[in-house]
Design a protein around this ligand. Structure first.
Ligand code: PMM
Length: 319
């Protein structure tokens, strides 16, 4: 698929971006507790940037299935010192929050992007704040807070429904004044999704980028890193899922495939191997573009990349 141009104000290296994650939480999905203190979290963010992260994503609220919410004060206490410390070093920082109040303070502290896993549903003030600040906005597909999301993982046609629901969110966000060119879409892997839903979305990034029919091509962010569907895929013969860290190699595989398919950004916990995967994917895309229609005759990322060079080719190839 064609990779939509990224929003203004963020790095634009002409390849899929790598977003490194710093969860300042005691209980996050996958790295809870590791970077809970501000100094540890700043050190981690600095390291991710030195390893090649284009953006460092700082979050203070766990979205682990079943997690309970924390107060806004606690969230501010966790993330603001970290964002201040990283932004002072000129590291591009995004804030992973569902609260407009936290996003506002984070932007004041130097964050350049708002990553809202609820796509503006958790806090109706968020889209207006983002519009006024004129910063890039990640609108993720979401069906409810962590304690209720897994029971909402029910779809007749997950790709169509996620596109429709995202489209409704984006209509609201644009009506509140957000510039469409500042919006990034995210399928929300693992958020009210079973493994089969995650895979269906991953192989349909092209449809997501167009929200199944919109004229605009939105940049797509993919957050597969250390998610449970990878741990379950790699389960031991007795059914024990892989640990979070044990699915890092599988994350790298998803990054390579998503970047080759034209994703704008991969959100990951480990940067070096995922950066390498992006490098491989970009070489793959370049070769597929060079090969042109011949590559478009093959299914898979090559077809997607070749389709970029020749509009309509991917559709002709039946993908
Ligand atoms: N996943 C998590 C947190 N924030 N943000 C975006 N945009 N997309 C995601 O998929 C996403 C996110 C949960 O993962 P973590 O707790 O392991 O960081």
């Amino acid at each position: 698929m064609r990779r939509g141009p990224g929003p203004r104000g963020l790095p634009d290296p002409g390849r899929c971006l790598v977003m490194g994650v710093v969860n300042v939480t005691p209980d996050s999905f996958s790295d809870g507790g590791e970077w809970f203190g501000a100094e540890a979290a700043i050190g981690r963010g600095r390291k991710l940037a030195a390893q090649g992260a284009d953006i460092v994503d700082v979050g203070g609220e766990s979205t682990r299935p079943g997690a309970q919410r924390i107060t806004a004060d606690e969230e501010l206490r966790r993330v603001i010192p970290v964002i201040t410390g990283l932004a002072r070093e000129n590291i591009p920082v995004s804030v992973d929050t569902m609260r407009a109040e936290v996003a506002a303070a984070a932007l004041d502290a130097g964050a350049r992007l708002v990553n809202d896993v609820s796509g503006g549903l958790a806090d109706p003030d968020m889209p207006r704040l983002v519009a006024q600040a004129a910063v890039p906005y990640v609108v993720m597909h979401w069906r409810g807070h962590s304690h209720q999301m897994q029971e909402r993982a029910v779809y007749a046609d997950v790709v169509r429904e996620v596109c429709e629901e995202l489209r409704r969110r984006i209509d609201v966000v644009i009506a509140e004044g957000v510039d469409p060119s500042m919006i990034v879409v995210d399928p929300g892997l693992g958020f009210a999704k079973l493994a089969e839903h995650n895979w269906a979305l991953l192989v349909n990034l092209d449809r997501l980028s167009r929200l199944d029919g919109a004229d605009h091509v939105f940049p797509v962010l993919v957050g597969a890193s250390r998610k449970r569907f990878l741990g379950r895929l790699l389960a031991a013969p007795d059914g024990t899922p892989r640990s979070f860290a044990g699915s890092d190699d599988a994350t790298v595989a998803v990054t390579a495939l998503a970047a080759a398919a034209g994703a704008w950004c991969a959100r990951v916990h480990q940067v070096p191997a995922n950066s390498d995967a992006v490098g491989v994917a970009e070489a793959w895309r370049a070769a597929a573009r060079e090969a042109g229609p011949a590559a478009a005759g093959e299914a898979g990322p090559a077809a997607a990349a070749a389709g970029e060079a020749r509009p309509g080719a991917a559709r002709e190839a039946g993908s």
